[in-house]
Design a protein around this ligand. Sequence first.
Ligand code: EPZ
Length: 427
Amino acid sequence: MKLLIEGGRRLQGRVRISGAKNSALVLIAASAISGGEVILDNVPKISDVLTQLEIVRAIGGRASWTGENTLCLDWSGPLEGELPYVHAKKLRASNLFLGALAARQKRVKIPLPGGCNIGSRPMDLHLKGFHLLGYQVSMKHGFIEARAGKIEGNRIYLDFPSVGATENIMMAAAGTPGITVIENAAREPEIVDLAGFLNAMGGRVRGAGTDVIKIEGVSEFRGARFSVIPDRIEAGTYLIAAGISGGEVTVENVITRHLQPVIAKLQDVGLDVAAGEDRITVRRRGDLLPTDVKTLPYPGFPTDLQSPMMALLSLARGTSIIVENVFENRFQVADELKRMGAKIRVKGQTAVIEGVERLYGTQVRATDLRAGAALLLAGLAAGGVTEILQAELIARGYEKVVEKLGALGAAVRVAGDESGEPGAKSV
Ligand code: EPZ
């Protein structure tokens, strides 16, 4: 799919933020633990969610939309213990069924998710945790298999506060007798959302949001109704869109404290930021200033906004440095931004960005979801028309992005949609 962006329009107005992709994906998997009916509200209708639902149906769950963003999941039937490769290979987050199915039926087999464009992404920390809980874990023929041996709660120290490992171990431990303590746990808001959901289903999880999470295993779970938190990464992307286009945008339906690390950087760049409890307004008043960014696990600056930030800093008056500390291969967008006239030097985990006067529209290719978002932002500021190839990657994580940008005054459309109306064809 191709997106066409006619640049040079200042964005103006309000945009309502959708539910968080990285919470919805784990909550959909975790709902299998209920063994009954779960209703999830504020679920974004993005392609990654639709793929996760294909997996739900393939292993014996039922899923139906009962509202614009409300999902009804029924897990009362018998389940397959093995995830089908044909679906799982499309989505790394399919690996979150490891913890969910372990808690539900004490045995699970999932395809070993390969790496993706942004890094090798091993699962050694997940498996170390399962081993310490007493699961027999094997990896063969491209599959990971975990079978309950004498399972019991344990103390698990994570060498790196991995989001996925923390989530999988939390889910497995929720159904493992005894007390499990995860140390150096991930502290992302999505972890807190998962803990809230597990407790709503009868779990006993405490300390989520800190680096020490305590889980007391239970044997019975139940259905629940739960609402997904707003997407802080989608919100950050629209705030950067205000800055790069020279306009003024208010993001609504956000949890402002989740965006503190982002707000701080936007202020460093010289943008006006007005933060309320559930809305944030960014206004550009002058030149963009250079700044240095280091990506870190939460509450550090999110790696998922690193590429969008690179697009913004490409137009700053001076030199900025970005250090990517979470993924080893997340600077691929630099080459595409350079095609638009940006000046960026990449060496290992460091990118040096020398700001330029302007960017020029041309043909570029999205290499992953957030790189695609960065090219969309660059296209908003660039002179002329930018054509993004492989733009379907953007639809994996942004709900109705063409419609939402169109409502803010952007000229964005899907190629082949000749109506010319900005935002006419929804992606
Ligand atoms: C989650 O991925 C998010 N995905 C990612 O969002 C996000 O970038 C990432 O967390 C970091 O915030 C979902 O929630 C579905 P990690 P995850 O385990 O869980 C290494 C997006 O754009 N590691 O915290 O896979 C790993 O290789 C996506 O929305 C190990 O070495 O991330 C990486 O370098 C992209 N061994 C680092 O830790 C392990 O066992 C962070 O990975 C696990 C991870």
